[in-house]
Ligand binder design. Structure first.
Ligand code: SF4
Length: 246
């Protein structure tokens, strides 16, 4: 990859390689939504270490197109350690039995379905890799290549300064497949219940919780205090890694 990519690509790759192969060797994971821009980091990771743990949050409300796209990228990039993380069913039974908590209290819904399962799945690691970028929204304008997250872990943001053209160029250079929903106006994909198409000129994340004032799921915000009344463990909720499908 080095000597063939652009400066911004090589810088991102070196940051990623140093974190995965040296500084946090065996103690780092990539968190990926398998969304519209995720293939860039997944492609870089595949070149550095195709067995790196990759955590995918299946909230129970993920577009079926995203699941299919995930499986296609796993095969194409020969990723051998993608772990699907799910919410605690006992939590859902207690707090969201009808599956409509997102209408009444989306912050609590995100805590149950995203933040708590992810925090637990990240416990074995010292650091994680995120695909966040400054151009995604006003609230992300100051992202740095390396940060400390709200849960105290180091977060590496290799694509912090990439823009839409950088992403498009990388997809084209590496013949990466687009997410199937991108062509119909979805630029940032989360749960189907809280994601809508954007209008021309909107920030890429404008379709997330549109019109509600909510801009982040909470993974990068201070944690809601919430007692675990269920006694469940994350080991019950994280699927075994996939075996590589050639
Ligand atoms: S994005 Fe919506 S449905 Fe998904 S966890 Fe957050 S509030 Fe719940």
């Amino acid at each position: 990859m080095l000597n063939t990519g652009t400066l911004i690509e090589n810088r991102a790759y070196l940051l990623l390689e140093n974190a995965i192969a040296h500084e946090f060797r065996s103690k780092i994971a990539l968190v990926s939504s398998f969304g519209t821009e995720s293939a860039v980091l997944l492609h870089m990771v595949a070149q550095i270490d195709a067995h790196l743990p990759i955590l995918f949050l299946d909230t129970g409300k993920i577009f079926p197109d995203t699941i299919a796209y995930r499986d296609g990228l796993i095969n194409r990039l020969r990723l051998s350690n993608v772990r699907t993380v799910r919410p605690d069913q006992k939590h859902l039974n207690s707090y969201d039995p009808a599956g409509r908590l997102y209408t009444a209290d989306p912050d609590l819904c995100c805590a149950l379905r995203k933040t708590m399962p992810l925090d637990a799945a990240l416990e074995p690691f010292d650091a994680w890799i995120s695909g966040r970028k400054r151009n995604q929204s006003e609230t992300r304008r100051d992202i740095l290549p390396r940060e400390t997250g709200p849960n105290g872990m180091t977060v590496i943001n290799p694509l912090y300064d990439w823009n839409k053209a950088d992403i498009a160029r990388y997809f084209a250079e590496n013949a990466l497949p687009p997410h199937p929903l991108e062509a119909s106006g979805f630029t940032s994909l989360g749960c189907f219940s809280c994601t809508s198409r954007i209008r021309a000129g909107d920030d890429p994340r404008a379709g997330r919780w549109a019109g509600s004032g909510k801009t982040e799921c909470g993974i990068f915000l201070p944690r809601l205090a919430m007692a675990d009344e269920t006694g469940g463990t994350q080991a019950d909720r994280t699927e075994a890694p996939n075996t590589m499908r050639a």
